[in-house]
Design a binder for this molecule. Sequence first.
Ligand SMILES: [Zn+2]
Length: 360
Amino acid sequence: MKTRQQIKSIKTSHGYVHFPAFFPDATCGFVKSVSSADLKNAGVDGVVVNIYHLLKNNLVDKIARKGGIHRYMNFNKPVISDSGGFQVMSLIHRHPELGKIEDEKITFMLDGKKVVLTPETCIQLQLKIKSDIVMCLDDCTEASISQQEQKKSVERTISWAKRCKQEFERLTKNKRHAKGMKKPLIFAIVQGGENRTLRKHCAKELLKIGFDGYSFGGWPVKKGRLLSRTLKYVSSLIPEGKPRYAMGIGKPQDIIDAVKFGYDMFDCVIPTRDARHKRLFVCKGKNKNKIISINIRKKYFNMKADCDCHFCRNYSFKDLHAYFRNDRRKAERLATIHNLRLYSRMMERLREKRKRGKRG
Ligand SMILES: [Zn+2]
């Protein structure tokens, strides 16, 4: 693959994001089982919140009243907000009786209430919670749909991105940002499934509109395997100097591979969800550069994870196993802290490599 100059960082209102970076999912404005202090101590690069989940839990106004997501979470690192489109559409695809997707808007039922989501309201909600990186509403479809439907989804994604950008500009243009505060950034999502012509068309049209960063949309994994060819191709469509965000990629090896393809940003529930299910990540191999996940059991009681987190400094896997039996909350917190720290250190190593000019 042709080596190109990769972007090293981007500046947000809450500091720089140094690439490559991983963002754990704080869907409802918190990461399950841990506090914001735990997140900070684990050295996370930032978090991702989700507009659908915030709406579902009536949190948008509450967060706005608190002065924004950073104050609400007591967290001063970059926050990405996901448009929630993926969740709404998955819901409608699974239960067509719960909503309707039209070119103009998406209408759906949320706990008995009718909610209308448009590209414009989607941007309004994300700006209302003062997110640092705002995502466009996109038409995310199932991987199995026909080419004709795929084409329609791409056209809708482009048209919605245009409307999102217009609304974003309208709301941020004349607004004075507090001293030192930067205007939020807006990212678009490249759709098109595994069809190269559609991916190319989508990327080209989104680039014409102009965004601060571009994401790989749709399922990045098929039958447990990374869609490497499509990921590489989409990466090659995004010009130098623009961040590439591989949404939903989160297994350590998949992140390492996607960094080689040129991606800069990642988010996934894997490290935190796995931790709550007793799955811990550990470094293996001669140079400790292979990361595997283990299920806590007797075999691993004396294992050392080569980690400097709060859990590894003070407890053993045997202790953790016992906590999972008699103090689940404590166990989940310790396991989550560990997995997040391990991911942070993995990203640090990937950043070091990039600094030295290596791809991954
Ligand atoms: Zn640890």
